[in-house]
Design a protein around this ligand. Sequence first.
Ligand SMILES: Cc1cc2nc3c(=O)[nH]c(=O)nc-3n(C[C@H](O)[C@H](O)[C@H](O)COP(=O)(O)OP(=O)(O)OC[C@H]3O[C@@H](n4cnc5c(N)ncnc54)[C@H](O)[C@@H]3O)c2cc1C
Length: 727
Amino acid sequence: MSIKKILFVVIIVALIVAFFAFDLGQYFSLQYFKAQQANIMAYYQANRWQTILIFFVIYVAVTGLSLPGAVIMTLVAGAIFGLLWATVIVSFASSIGATLALLVSRFLLRDWVQNKFGDRLQTINDGIKKDGAFYLFTLRLVPAFPFFVINLIMGLTPIRTLVFYLVSQIGMLAGTIVYVNAGTQIAKIESLSGILSPGLIISFTLLGIFPLIAKKIVEFIKARKALRDYPKPKTFDRNMIVIGAGSAGLVASYIAAAVKAKVTLIEKNRMGGDCLNTGCVPSKALIRSAKFLSHAKRAKEFGFRSASVDFDFAEVMERVQRVIKTVEPHDSVERYTKLGVECIEGKATITSPYTVEVNGQTLTTRSIVIAAGGEPFVPPIPGIEDVGYLTSDTVWDLRKLPRRLVVLGGGPIGSELTQAFARFGSQVTQIEMLPRILIHEDPEISEMVAKQFRAEGIDVRVDHKAKEFLVENGQKVVICEHQGKDVRIEFDELLAAVGRVARTKDYGLDELGIGLTKSRTIDTNEFLQTKFPNVYVCGDVAGPYQFTHIAAHQAWFASVNALFGTFKKFKADYSVIPWATFTEPEVARVGLNEQDAKEKGIAYEVTTYGIDDLDRAIVDEEAHGVVKVLTVPGKDKILGVTIVGEHAGDIIAEYVAAMRHSFGLNKILSTIHIYPTLAEANKYAAGEWKRAHAPQGVLRWFERYHGWRRGGGSPTRVSEQAQHKVN
Ligand SMILES: Cc1cc2nc3c(=O)[nH]c(=O)nc-3n(C[C@H](O)[C@H](O)[C@H](O)COP(=O)(O)OP(=O)(O)OC[C@H]3O[C@@H](n4cnc5c(N)ncnc54)[C@H](O)[C@@H]3O)c2cc1C
């Protein structure tokens, strides 16, 4: 704590202590005022402005220091100054005092509270930023909430001081008038409890929740306005139409059918979308084959003299297609039809919030779920169209292994494909304009992957910005800018993997004025609802994450809200989001890493456990990687975990469950893990944390106790001997 803060605390505490020590509270009672009323009135008659000023200052001080007495002072104001003047004086004094109390609480405690509980307060903070004025107004009007508590709590939130002042002044006005008015009849008042009748309390409460009701009414009017131009059919053919049969659309339609809604799923291309046809499934199948080759290369490590693999790249790519074919029935028209989903092959166009056109037919529906996915983004770099390029959509058509492959992009997709192609024998150059690959991971984590890439012969070029593609004498070349100089890299094939964009064109969004966010995904509220209350969005087209499991997660919210939103809507919950990058070493993460925590100003502790120490990893010749856990300082509460190593994406599941269901490292430590497994790494990481937080004082007492039980020498000598032995 700074000297300034300490001094401030001392002054505040001294003033509060003085108030109670000198029993100043006695002057803030009805009895005292009634006894002194004649004298005070006489003073007021003689010194009008002085009295107002003294009263004002005392009122501000009492509320500013959160001392008891404001209610009595309000009554007294009514008695001395009369209804009008008292209302004006108290209204300003109480608002200024309340704002001072807010500032005191903010100055002394906000940083500490936000640092300590920032992650848990995130939702409240967001709510306050968005609707803080509404909340405060409600609290001010509902007499059940003590005002000084509201002042202090609001100081811990991000509400703006001016907003707080203005809303407080308006919100407290009604209550002020009631008390001041009562004060004008002070002689008749025997206690404070009778001033607010039950009827008045109910009226205030109703007035308090009025802003929230008003907000709902505004939302309702807005929704009605958005739908106004579109005639609502008298009856609907369906409850829900889902556009796109990828991970999001399949789950959304599955849920609708499961709850007996009439649902139609429209797909213009292949059932299963990107994940099955061009994303997760083929990429993981390719990675698996590539891993087999890498194991063969590492034959000596497993006790073999050598191992060679005879293969044809085209056959490997055929295997990838075979895998897709094997998984295909899970996402097929046949399966979904059996589940009760009507499947239509064709391109859907939304023609109104109630109608979708497909194959020349117009279907009416109560709600629409857009799950149109995303597509590879091709950067508009000069010459890129001339040299030609592959993307994650087209790379699966390759049957000839490129001799020299340039992969543009150091994100998860680029990195996974870089390593896979290098393992098949392509000379791969990976180009990334940022200072490192896998930029969303902590620096040492991306370095673990980059180091392995370099060890496998991959030319990893970070800090290289591709600025032009050329064909020179039939030779494809990319010119990159690196530290102010041009670098030439020759290649045979280019794979553009710099990210994916939401599919938002050409199916009615523009025509209906459905807006986009800054990152070009469809704009929705927290319920995944567009400006039309019956049109929802999920999956890659909704963002902000681009993973199959998140698409499925969002699909639940979109479909449930679309079908049952009239009664209750659920906010899409992104509190615990896991993901993995399937390079070798694999990188899995859930929650915060260090760079996120720093960026958000969240205090954390780091515990690491090196997987090189783990028996199973040693047995498997995979003794590398780390479990890195971020926890709340001094507590076992997990803020985030990154795991690097074999099967990281599988073993992190335990931490995902821990975060989702709020159990900490102590619980993980007390769970039996099967020996020898990679999952034991989770327990050992928890053990590292426990060791670092062992109660040293208690342990020293235990040492003394055991020494005494042995009847031997002094505990210090015993530990010195032990230390000596270790050395
Ligand atoms: C190479 C690669 C590897 C990946 N690996 C992983 C991974 O390991 N793990 C992971 O979680 N994620 C991975 N992903 C991401 C994952 O594939 C996507 O997040 C997921 O597929 C998104 O699902 P979706 O339903 O939102 O969209 P999509 O799967 O793209 O489905 C959208 C569907 O909508 C259809 N459509 C669009 N417009 C219309 C229209 N007007 N009418 C009818 N149909 C329409 C499209 O044809 C498409 O089939 C990977 C992606 C790629 C490219």
